[in-house]
Ligand binder design. Structure first.
Ligand code: ATP
Length: 211
């Protein structure tokens, strides 16, 4: 039977429990075989004073000590040029030719999908799993989504790509924007992200200025 491979991309600036807890719950719900965490590269003109790629990677490596099942996948940081998701999926499809690839995104990111580079090709390479994001509108089913098959948890392994699954998980209302704001104004962030990541942020003086 095809394996189920979950893919979760983002800027992770910084990585927080709003990313990792829902993903862990999803992994259990789907009985996913492998979960890849894929940090995106950010164009140099957008990198200061936010964390640079190396720092985002180091924060992820620290945070993932708590989630040893997750694979830190650096292919977007190693590739030249923009982090188009469709290119990442092509590379993952080469790695996993016969498995079910599931691209996971929060409902806010899903709403913007039709603005992504060659977004329709994404469905030729992977399923999309939409997780409800606390604090954002519930994921509706946009008109364009009717062109794609709606999956349920048990049907995801029957095909390798092309469907959409909407999943409702325990919401975790944490955002990177809020964390950066708190850090720049001296407010506590304990419990919102991994303690070792908090120490790293302070040691490297990463988000002390608001941008
Ligand atoms: P910001 O809070 O500034 O919007 P972000 O954490 O959403 O930042 P990314 O790191 O790029 O930014 O997010 C990666 C993915 O994680 C996106 O698909 C986003 O929708 C999802 N995500 C982020 N926070 C949550 C959350 N609290 N619950 C569910 N999904 C989330």
């Amino acid at each position: 039977m095809a394996r189920l491979i979950c893919l979760f991309g983002g800027t992770f600036d910084p990585v927080h429990y709003g990313h990792l807890q829902p993903l862990h719950e999803l992994q259990q719900t789907l009985m996913a075989d492998i979960v890849h965490i894929i940090p995106a590269s950010i164009p140099p003109h957008r990198s200061t004073p936010r964390a640079n790629s190396q720092q985002r990677l180091e924060m992820l490596a620290l945070a993932l000590r708590e989630y040893p099942d997750f694979v830190l996948d650096t292919r977007e940081l190693e590739r030249e040029g923009p982090s188009w998701t469709v290119l990442t999926l092509q590379s993952l499809r080469n790695q996993y030719p016969d498995d079910s690839l599931c691209l996971i995104m929060g409902s806010d990111a899903f709403a913007d999908l039709p603005t992504w580079y060659h977004w329709q090709d994404i469905f030729k390479l992977a399923h999309i799993i939409v997780i409800e994001r606390a604090g954002f509108e519930k994921p509706g089913r946009p008109e364009w989504a009717n062109d794609y098959r709606q999956e349920d948890v048990s049907s995801l392994r029957n095909s390798t790509c092309g469907g959409i699954l909407y999943v409702s998980l325990k919401g975790v209302d944490i955002s990177a924007t809020d964390i950066r704001l708190r850090l720049s104004t001296g407010q506590p962030v304990t419990g919102l992200l991994n303690d070792e990541v908090i120490t790293y942020i302070h040691q490297n003086d990463i988000y002390s200025e608001l941008n």
